[in-house]
Design a protein around this ligand. Structure first.
Ligand code: HEM
Length: 129
């Protein structure tokens, strides 16, 4: 019997590890002037955004589908349509996530793999030229 392949969710340390990454991501969005553009698209309080991204990423990274259990199909692109997202916003989101992964000390090979996956999703969220 071979053990199942490790998921990114497991490699990040499960729910607590994913939460720590999400918290650093939104802390940086709040703190860093470079991310002020995407911060301004978000609500004043980031509490709900933190919970939703945490629940979503747990499932997306191969762990429990906490987002789907609460809200059903993510319909991620249509849920982002109210926000003007172009290349600048996509690139800020990616830079913020890369910095968060770096500061959390995520293994560089895993961080690279995740950045490639995030890039595809972030690019798909663009709804402006
Ligand atoms: C490309 C740049 C992106 C921008 C500017 C952006 C911005 C936003 C904003 C403003 C919200 C609403 C926050 C709230 O309701 O509290 C949101 C929600 C959300 N975003 Fe993004 N986002 C981006 C990319 C992504 C990516 C790449 C992912 C996943 C990998 C993601 C996952 C989510 C999730 C799960 C929600 C909650 C949806 C809901 O239930 O309403 N976003 N995003």
């Amino acid at each position: 019997m071979s053990s199942p392949a490790p998921t990114p969710f497991g490699q990040l340390g499960g729910e607590a590890g994913v939460r720590a990454l999400v918290d650093r991501f939104y802390d940086l969005m709040d703190l860093e002037p470079a991310y002020a553009g995407i911060r301004s698209l978000h609500p004043t309080s980031l509490d709900g955004s933190r919970d939703k991204l945490h629940w979503f990423l747990c499932g997306w990274l191969g762990g429990p589908d906490l987002y789907v259990q609460r809200f059903g199909h993510p319909r991620l692109r249509s849920r982002h349509l109210p926000y003007a997202i172009g290349t600048a916003e996509r690139d800020q989101w990616m830079a913020c996530m890369r910095q968060a992964m770096d500061e959390r000390g995520i293994d560089p090979a895993l961080a690279l793999r995740l950045a490639e996956a995030f890039q595809g999703t972030a690019d798909w969220m663009r709804n402006q030229a």
